[in-house]
Write a protein of this length. Structure first.
Length: 478
């Protein structure tokens, strides 16, 4: 299951289930049973405090409490003195609880070994206040394991934003499917380990958000076969700068490792010796002046894609090179200096972008190019529509969007990728996949997945130079 549902989409499939004859009470009972089973799997019998809120998330909490008590667990439920509507499923779940019920202010967290958070769910859209705020603060400070029902209370389901105060769960049991908050910061951190459990709802008919996974793009990737040669595997060009030469060399290694047939480093003459010695299997060419750059580029045989930006200075010359490349309308990756060069006049770049372009900004570069507000999904999607290209907005919660297609969220953010050169590896991977024929969205998603999987296998202490060596083994597993 790779779909990610917004709150409104989740409500849609719940309403569809009710229209087909299922009751909210039945759905709540199913959710509570599923969560109780996960509690039984994850923990040994212990004293439990269930924090039940005023809505359906609280109703789920009452069902969980009842199911655990039936298994012999000592359970207490804490809830508000305000009674839910007597017409609702939450009221019914509360009325079926025959065990101990206390007010939030009477909780002594030291008396418990497990907290189950059922305060708020996907409907929360405003900052929480007392008594809930105090309960959340004390639960977080208790040091006791917390398991959240569906999403951590105090986190906005669609954005991952912390609404004032939010539960910091050790586990979150996501009902039916992931929500954006399980993947976007800071909600991703607050969710802890997220486990998705099916509660019997039909899939949403037209999902627009997906978790990055091979099933989304591997059918577009063709491993080499006996009829291939270096020309059929695609020829890419990386434009190298004169001074920060390490960046383009890292990109070159990544592009070659991911399967590009040929990679040429096109650079100023004074840097050619450095690029020539970078490795043995790539080509180098020089351009003496930006005025002859197009001529040099056009002379390269079987050219299928270009990368510019790693190690490029944010200068007028870089802007000129970008313009010349974009006029070719071929697959292009713009990163780092190729983005920053347009910081003072973003429209100069945006009006020339096209559907074969991938931009790979981090947050700072993104803000210099786009004046767009909203959560990370909204900003990336709107930027892709504005630029009419693919945007990969980097981070521990990378989001990838196209002008009119789906949005892909990376779920495997690795903290030790926060080191110099990993962005250059990513842009090289994207180029290497583009020249092999992948479309920009698939190339960006596959490249980001490869980067994170390699980082996982390397572990703490990772250097960017380590990543290309991990790529062949990973490709063999796809």
């Amino acid at each position: 299951m790779f779909e990610v549902l917004l709150a409104e989409q989740m409500r849609h499939i719940e309403s569809a289930a009710v229209a087909e004859g299922q009751s909210i009470e039945h759905l709540m009972e199913t959710a509570g049973e599923v969560i109780a089973q996960e509690v039984l799997r994850l923990f040994k019998s212990c004293s439990v405090i269930v924090l039940a809120g005023p809505g359906n998330n609280g109703g789920d909490g009452f069902v969980v409490a009842r199911k655990l008590e039936e298994k012999g667990w000592p359970v207490i439920v804490a809830c508000s003195k305000t009674i839910p509507s007597k017409e609702g499923a939450a009221f019914k779940a509360r009325s079926q609880w025959k065990g101990t019920l206390i007010d939030y202010q009477d909780i002594h967290f030291k008396d418990f070994a497990l907290i189950i958070d059922g305060l708020f769910g996907i409907g929360l859209s405003k900052h929480i206040d007392d008594p809930y705020k105090t309960v959340v603060q004390k639960a977080n400070q208790s040091g006791i394991p917390i398991l959240a029902i569906d999403i951590p209370s105090g986190i906005h389901s669609d954005s991952g934003e912390e609404l004032g105060y939010a539960i910091k769960a050790h586990y979150t049991i996501a009902l039916q499917t992931l929500k954006p908050c399980h993947l976007l910061l800071p909600g991703k951190i607050h969710s802890g380990t997220t486990i998705v459990k099916d509660i019997g709802l039909r899939p949403f008919p037209t999902p627009t958000l997906f978790v990055n996974a091979p099933e989304l793009w591997k059918k577009h990737y063709h491993k080499p076969n006996l009829t291939d040669n270096k020309y059929t595997r695609g020829h890419g060009v990386i434009v190298g700068g004169a001074h920060l030469t390490g960046a383009a060399r890292l990109s070159m290694l990544a592009a070659r490792r991911v399967g590009a047939g040929l990679i040429t480093l096109l650079c100023p003459p004074e840097a050619q010796i450095i690029y020539s010695l970078a490795s043995l299997g790539h080509l180098t060419q020089t351009y003496e002046d930006v005025s002859i750059f197009s001529e040099k580029l056009n002379s390269i045989t079987n050219l299928k894609g270009v990368l510019i930006g790693p190690g490029s200075p944010p200068t007028q010359d870089t802007r000129t090179l970008v313009h010349k490349i974009l006029k070719l309308k071929m697959p292009t990756v713009l990163d780092a200096g190729a983005l920053t060069a347009f910081a003072e006049n973003p429209d100069e770049l945006l009006r020339e972008l096209h559907e074969n372009v991938v931009l790979t900004p981090h947050e700072g570069e993104f803000k210099r190019l786009f004046s767009i507000s909203g959560n990370k999904i909204q900003r990336t999607s709107e930027a892709a529509k504005t630029a009419q290209c693919t945007i990969l907005l980097k981070g521990a919660d990378t989001v990838i969007a196209t002008a009119y297609g789906p949005v892909i969220i990376e779920s495997q953010g690795v903290p030790w990728l926060a080191t110099g050169g990993t962005g250059d590896i990513l842009s090289g991977l994207i180029l290497g996949l583009l020249v092999q024929g992948l479309k920009p969205l698939e190339a960006a998603a596959m490249a980001n997945w490869i980067l994170n999987q390699c980082a996982h296998s390397i572990g703490v202490g990772l250097l960017a130079e380590d990543i290309p060596l991990q790529i062949p083994k990973l490709l063999a597993s796809i």
